[in-house]
Write a protein that binds this ligand. Structure first.
Ligand code: GCU
Length: 654
């Protein structure tokens, strides 16, 4: 591929209909000169010209209608064309993309029909891009936003914005939450011109620009000796700074802040609370309509292994629950889906819905940090769905995480979903072509939390690859199976973490057991798992009573989370009648075998996919098989040697 030949992902617009028709566009109540409207109309033309049409001439009629909710649309086709109704420009844009999606998926214009509006007010992508061009936890090349400490803007930037708009994303944080070096200067005149240009491109696609902020900016760029959020000089410094920022970037959405976490500075340094820090910034930014998204990933990462009461899983709730209600209206707390760190399976964070008076946003990770580095296939939408559907028991009838973050539970205006995105400057954007299903899927799911993982997978396959029915079924099944397969050959039953430290790819059963991060599995010769019950760390008690009770008892605890909540003997009998140790062996043998099944399924659809894509993905499956084998062997061998109990089936364990 040449330097500018990046793929068009799900906006490839394969030909679906033989004919080409002329589309006349009629606008009522919208101005053709508006950037969003004009981008939507050119996208419509671009898409329809390639997808084709089954009639000679058609009309796309776009009408402004206050009956449609904000950012929503209603699209309805007949033999003469399609009527699109929306109440605002973003709704119009999403409506156009919905028409393109439906026709790309095979619907004739007359069959186009949908009424939709977003489930979540905020649907955001968080880039962990550094200004030197590297990406923290990036598995698909370098940043397309930054190079050598400069901001890069080119055609690719526009394509990125198109992709994001097509899945309903309305906010993008461009830089890593760990704000260091040049990134601290993004709020200075060194970068304002470029940022303005970028934010205008984004705005043309209904996307607001956000940035990660260095809480210690008053020290690092202001030359002060403190960043105490209650210090009046610090506050005036921020007032001046934010005024300057908004004079230059009037469209800025606000800031994302990682404070007091993994070495990042924060209010704790000055004996202040997280609310003191978040509210100070929120008050300063409020006059400009900005928001502060404050991450709850705060924990002690220097835990001593002898200390069995300190529990990293507890930390978020312990630090944030007491201050529920103290956060100002333009603060949103951004909470990772699980209490640890994006493992293949964790319980849902008890903070979600545990807070009842604070704006909340769910953070998930599309970047496959712990889930296979975009080498191993791992379609994450089933995991995201499980989190959204989880009943927190915080309020009768509207207690799921989807209810909480959308604002339905508390009637709040701000909330939503954010994903740590999995893109880079690789020509196919996501390294593994199949990983783009996670990028696509996150956007679609955040726009409509009722979609199923399968619906999303099929939409993505049709638009990206337009396969014949049989091949589509095979690929769809591969995606849907992949998460559990990955779980089986890595770390089942909620134990997590048996991964190579730092890099987070491949097995190292004790890698984290003997480090300071507080991510123990506590395996000994008798059993494995962390006691988080009322007799252990007490983490289970952070849930509402219904869930607390369920998790507290190993007999009622959902088995897929058993080792997250309990220290269990190897001889414990699981619901299948197998002992725990036998389950460990079986799961790892099965997972490895199923990974081979994925690879051979991919081979079976070879002729239906473009050769380049076939080859790129195939190379990854070869690596995935090595990885699965390695996991199987290391984990099985480790537990055989620890427990001294042999595999009932007598398979090879080294
Ligand atoms: C994980 C990840 C880090 C990241 C952090 C975060 O710990 O490994 O790279 O900075 O999460 O979410 O802030």
């Amino acid at each position: 591929m040449g330097k500018t030949d990046w793929t068009q992902l799900w906006l490839t617009y394969h030909r679906v209909f033989e004919g080409n028709c002329t589309w006349e566009t009629v606008l009522e109540g919208f101005a053709a000169s508006d950037a969003v409207v004009s981008n939507a109309l050119s996208e419509f033309k671009r898409g329809m010209d390639s997808i084709g049409c089954d009639s000679d001439s058609m009309t796309l009629k776009i009408t402004k209608s206050d009956a449609v909710p904000a950012e929503g649309y209603s699209i309805k086709g007949d033999d003469n064309g399609i009527l699109l109704e929306a109440s605002d420009e973003r709704g119009l844009l999403y409506g156009v993309f919905a028409i393109l999606r439906q026709t790309a998926c095979g619907k004739r214009a007359a069959e186009v029909n949908e009424t939709a509006s977003p489930s979540n007010p905020l649907r955001m992508m968080n880039h962990w891009d550094n200004m030197d061009g590297s990406i923290e936890r990036g598995y698909s090349g370098e940043s397309f936003f930054f190079e050598n400490e400069e901001i890069v803007i080119n055609d690719r930037t526009v394509d990125y914005a198109r992709f994001m708009a097509s899945i309903g994303i309305n906010g993008v944080v461009i830089n890593n939450v760990n704000v260091k070096g040049a990134a601290s200067y993004l709020i200075t005149d060194r970068y304002f011109d470029k940022l303005k240009e970028l934010s205008e491109i984004f705005e043309g696609y209904g996307i607001k620009l956000y940035m990660s902020l260095n809480f210690a900016s008053p020290i690092e760029i202001g030359g002060m000796d403190t960043c105490d959020p209650l210090d009046s000089n610090v506050i005036s410094w921020w007032e001046k700074k934010i005024k300057e920022v908004y004079e230059n970037l009037p469209g800025l959405g606000g800031f994302l802040v990682k404070a007091d976490s993994e070495g990042r500075p924060g209010p704790f340094t000055y004996g202040r609370t997280q609310a003191d820090g978040a509210n100070m910034l929120a008050d300063v930014i409020a006059p400009y309509g900005g928001i502060i998204i404050w991450r709850c990933f705060v924990y002690n990462c220097t835990q001593d292994w002898r200390d069995t009461k300190t529990d990293r899983a507890r930390a978020g709730y312990d630090y944030f629950k007491d201050l529920d209600g103290a956060y100002h209206d333009n603060v949103i707390l951004q909470i990772k889906n699980g209490p640890m760190d994006f493992q293949i399976r964790e319980p849902v964070s008890p903070l979600l819905g545990g807070l009842t008076k604070t704006n909340q946003m769910l953070e998930v990770q599309a970047a496959q940090e712990y889930t296979g580095h975009q080498i191993d296939l791992c379609y994450l939408i089933p995991l995201f769905k499980e989190v959204l559907d989880f009943h927190t028991h915080c309020a009768p009838g509207k207690d799921t995480v989807a209810d909480v973050v959308s604002g339905r539970t508390m009637g709040n205006r701000l909330g939503g979903m954010a994903a740590v995105i999995n893109t880079g400057n690789d020509m196919n954007w996501t390294g593994d072509d199949l990983a783009a299903a996670n990028t696509y899927g996150f956007g679609r799911l955040s726009f409509n939390t009722d979609l199923t993982a399968e619906e999303i997978a099929r939409e993505w396959i049709r638009q990206t690859l337009n396969l014949p029915a049989k091949e589509e079924d095979i690929l769809c099944s591969m995606l849907l199976r992949s998460r559990e397969i990955y779980e089986r050959y890595t770390s089942p039953l909620g134990i997590g973490w048996m991964v190579t430290p730092n890099g987070h790819y491949g097995p190292s059963v004790d890698g984290y057991e003997y480090s300071r991060w507080g991510t123990y599995h506590r395996a000994d010769h008798l059993g494995i798992g962390v006691d988080r019950t009322d007799k252990g760390t007490g983490y289970a008690q952070q849930y509402y009573p219904e869930n607390a009770k369920l998790y507290n008892d190993p007999h009622t605890c959902p088995e897929e989370l058993l080792l997250f909540f309990h220290h269990i003997p190897y001889t414990w009998e699981l619901k299948t009648g197998k002992t725990l140790i036998q389950h460990i062996y079986d799961s790892h043998f099965l997972g490895e075998e199923e990974a081979r099944g994925l690879a051979s399924d991919w081979d079976s659809i070879k002729d239906a996919v473009p050769e380049e894509i076939y080859t790129r993905v195939k190379e990854r499956f070869d690596l995935q098989l090595d990885n699965a084998r390695e996991w199987r062997d290391q984990v099985n061998s480790y537990f055989y040697r620890k427990s001294g109990i042999a595999d009932e089936k007598g398979r090879t364990i080294y």
